[in-house]
Design a protein around this ligand. Structure first.
Ligand SMILES: Cc1cc2nc3c(=O)[nH]c(=O)nc-3n(C[C@H](O)[C@H](O)[C@H](O)COP(=O)(O)OP(=O)(O)OC[C@H]3O[C@@H](n4cnc5c(N)ncnc54)[C@H](O)[C@@H]3O)c2cc1C
Length: 371
């Protein structure tokens, strides 16, 4: 492994890999990315793989639009299929969630993003077989869809390597070397790397890496489960990603069956395991909302962590007090959909000194100071 580099990226998830690719594209190729496990083995390999405009906060919408554009030109630029399927996203809300959904619709419309408020009849047409008891309104995004995070990550990794980036798997960063107000290196399980720039793309371990830089990053890891069923006749044709706001429960087609997601329990597991006792709760809610699920059996399941900040926006940019230390973390439940744009804007900041594609100041870590 290199012992000097222009940039060291800690974390080989979709964020670290997107950044490595975009830096190399801009000519900064003397990079070492260290991943303590294997590439994509963290949250990025465990997601529901949705790109949906109704999910992230308003500050993130320009980032999402940049990502969306990048996905549409992904095949031409990276010669790989990102697996984008415009299945649409349908959010459902009852009395409690409906005002938020309506506000969301207004925001999306004001930005020219296709979004439709739909009634129960249209909801039943889009996703058949639902029990709509307690559901007041739906929000439908026809452009939204699913992607293939694995293909996206491998495309970034392959091109980064081709351009000269070192991707070091099974190497754990263990600390920073700091001199005065700047970072000068990273300690790892494979030795010391002297570097003027370090990026914290450590996902569910970003809080720990931030602490090495003297930062208290307010990131909480929330564990979410996903279960996959066998075939269900009611859902043999495509349906949108269907998400119930109040229950944070969702389903979409996955192969011949359905993928069902739920859960938000605080956890710091390094390799989150399925808690099979949680399945009862998931099944109970699933059968209530989509009774046709009684026709299916659970085939498999997995769990992952969503590293969430208090305002649900990421932390992106250089640390205020430590030159050369950058954060690219706190992506919560939207790190897949934002990765193409986040890598681009952070690469602009690092190489050109400014993120020219959009204003990333709303994502500064300093916004949490005093909280
Ligand atoms: C069940 C579930 C469903 C989700 N669904 C969606 C979705 O539909 N759409 C969406 O956009 N997002 C979704 N997300 C969120 C998304 O998966 C994350 O926001 C995203 O993967 C974060 O990417 P990352 O690169 O920051 O983190 P990670 O993929 O976790 O990568 C961080 C990497 O850093 C490594 N690392 C940590 N510490 C060190 C160290 N000290 N040294 C070396 N390496 C280190 C880890 O091993 C890990 O591989 C979901 C998440 C979960 C859990």
């Amino acid at each position: 492994m290199k012992n000097t580099a222009e940039v060291v990226i800690i974390g080989g998830g979709i964020q670290g890999l997107s950044l490595a690719y975009h830096l190399a594209q801009r000519g900064l190729t003397d990079i070492c990315l260290v991943e303590m496990n294997t590439l994509g083995s963290g949250s990025s390999g465990r997601s529901a793989a949705i790109i949906g405009h109704a999910f992230p906060g308003e500050n993130c919408l320009p980032l999402l639009e940049l990502s969306f554009a990048a996905l549409l030109r992904f095949q031409d630029e990276l010669e790989a299929d990102p697996g984008y399927e415009p299945i649409g996203c349908l959010l459902l809300a009852g009395t409690q969630g409906a005002p938020g959904l309506r506000r969301r619709h207004e925001v999306l419309q004001s930005k020219g993003i296709d979004s439709q408020l739909v009634d129960r009849t249209t909801i039943s047409h889009l996703t058949p077989g639902l029990n709509l008891e307690g559901i007041e309104v739906g929000l439908y995004g026809p452009r939204d869809g699913s992607v293939d995070p694995h293909s996206i990550m491998m495309a970034y990794a392959n091109h980064a390597r081709r351009l000269g980036v070192e991707l070091a798997e099974n190497v754990k960063a263990t600390g920073l070397q700091i001199e005065g107000d700047r970072v000068i290196g990273v300690h790892t399980t494979a030795g010391f790397i002297a570097t003027p720039r370090v990026v914290n793309a450590a996902g569910f371990r970003a809080r720990e890496v931030g602490a090495w830089a003297g930062m208290d990053l307010p990131i909480t890891n929330l564990k979410r489960h996903i279960f996959v069923t066998g075939p269900i006749p009611t859902y043999s044709r495509p349906i949108p990603f269907t998400y119930e706001v109040e229950a944070a429960w969702y389903m979409r087609r996955e192969g011949p069956g359905l993928l069902i997601g739920m859960g938000a329990v605080e956890s710091d597991e390094e390799d989150p395991q399925v808690d099979w006792s949680f399945l009862d709760e998931v099944v109970e809610h699933s059968l209530h909302r989509a009774p046709a699920l009684a026709e299916a059996e659970i085939k498999t399941g997995w769990a992952g962590l969503r590293p969430v900040t208090p305002d649900d926006d990421p932390i992106l940019g250089e640390a205020p007090h430590l030159r050369g230390f950058f954060n690219d973390c706190g992506w919560g439940g939207h790190g897949i959909m934002h990765a193409p744009a986040a890598g681009l804007v952070l690469a602009e900041l690092i190489v050109d000194g400014e993120a020219t594609s959009m204003d990333i100041s709303p994502f500064r870590a300093e916004r949490f100071e005093g909280e």
